[in-house]
Write a protein that binds this ligand. Structure first.
Ligand code: GUN
Length: 293
């Protein structure tokens, strides 16, 4: 069993990005600039956004954090998106999800200029991804395929089972594993809460991508010997072992599944660190106008 060290790969890519930013600055180019919009004070969102801003500093990007209280109106938020769309200094921006119930996430996502949509959530980017055109790939699935690529894990003709059908992980991960060429060319099955015989389907998998958000869902009797297991779960489970009072728990019962795997990602330290790095990669591409002129 080989542990997929997302932390180490992310650190390596962070170095690659930082070096490229230095070169851009040295030749008088524009420093890539990411803006993040955060509504309210959700603990998870606060942490994610703080980490994104911190990572911008580490790679040499400029960053701007825009905060609103929970009672912000949809119109106010749309006006903020419009301003960012038209601000020539901002290369890319994100609106951290989830948003309060009175605001339509779809409306906000669609209002973002797809050329600045470094989250890759806009329908134009999702559509371009699904037909294999250059686009901003959403961060988590992009991080997953990067791990597979850097570990040179074989994918051609393999059966990849994706657990979960969310728009930001399950569906795009399935799309990427299905894509022509490496790291795709898989036969893909997508399972979800209504799937019958999940265990039997998982047992046929060469690669399992678990993104259900159900802690320790995947057990050893659902995994065949030699499978590759990618754990996307990051549920905060109350714990007395940590200072914060919670423990990030994956969708895979690591202790019992790991011995059966050829490769497995830990939680934390697997897919998680790759997600922010993918956002940095998209911001660099946005700054260089490499995908959209
Ligand atoms: N909420 C959870 N993950 C994400 C993400 O990747 N981007 C944004 N904008 N919100 C999120």
């Amino acid at each position: 069993m080989k542990l997929i060290d997302g932390k180490a790969i992310a650190a390596q890519i962070r170095k690659e990005i930082a070096e490229e930013v230095q070169q851009i600055k040295a030749r008088g180019g524009k420093t890539p600039h990411l803006a993040a919009v955060l509504v309210g004070h959700d603990g998870g969102s606060e942490t994610y956004v703080a980490n994104k801003v911190k990572m911008c500093e580490e790679v040499g990007f400029q960053s701007t954090l825009i905060r609103y209280e929970n009672n912000v109106t949809e119109a106010e938020l749309l006006s903020c998106v419009d301003k960012l769309n038209n601000d020539a200094d901002i290369d890319g921006f994100i609106v951290q999800l989830p948003l309060p119930k009175h605001i339509s996430e779809d409306k906000i996502t669609e209002a973002i200029d797809y050329r600045k949509d470094v989250d890759g959530f806009h329908p134009v980017n999702v559509g371009r991804m699904s037909i294999g055109l250059p686009c901003f790939l959403s961060a988590t699935p992009s991080g997953i395929v990067e791990l597979i690529r850097r570990y040179e894990i074989e994918t051609s003709g393999k059966h990849c089972v994706v657990l979960g059908r969310s728009n930001i992980v399950g569906k795009p991960a399935a799309t990427l594993m299905l894509q022509k060429g490496y790291p795709g060319d898989c036969t893909v099955s997508v399972c979800h809460s209504r799937t019958k015989n999940i265990k039997e389907i998982c047992l046929q998998a060469d690669i399992i991508i678990a993104a259900l958000g159900v802690p320790k869902f995947l057990k050893s009797n659902m995994v065949k010997d030699g499978a590759v297991v990618i754990d996307v779960g990051t549920t905060r489970v109350p714990s007395t072992e940590t200072k914060s009072g919670f423990k990030l728990t994956g969708d895979v019962d690591f202790a019992e599944v790991a011995p059966k795997c050829s490769y497995i990602t830990p939680v934390p330290g697997g897919v998680g660190p790759m997600t922010i790095i993918s956002l940095m990669k998209n911001t660099l591409l946005a700054g260089k106008k490499e995908i959209y002129k």
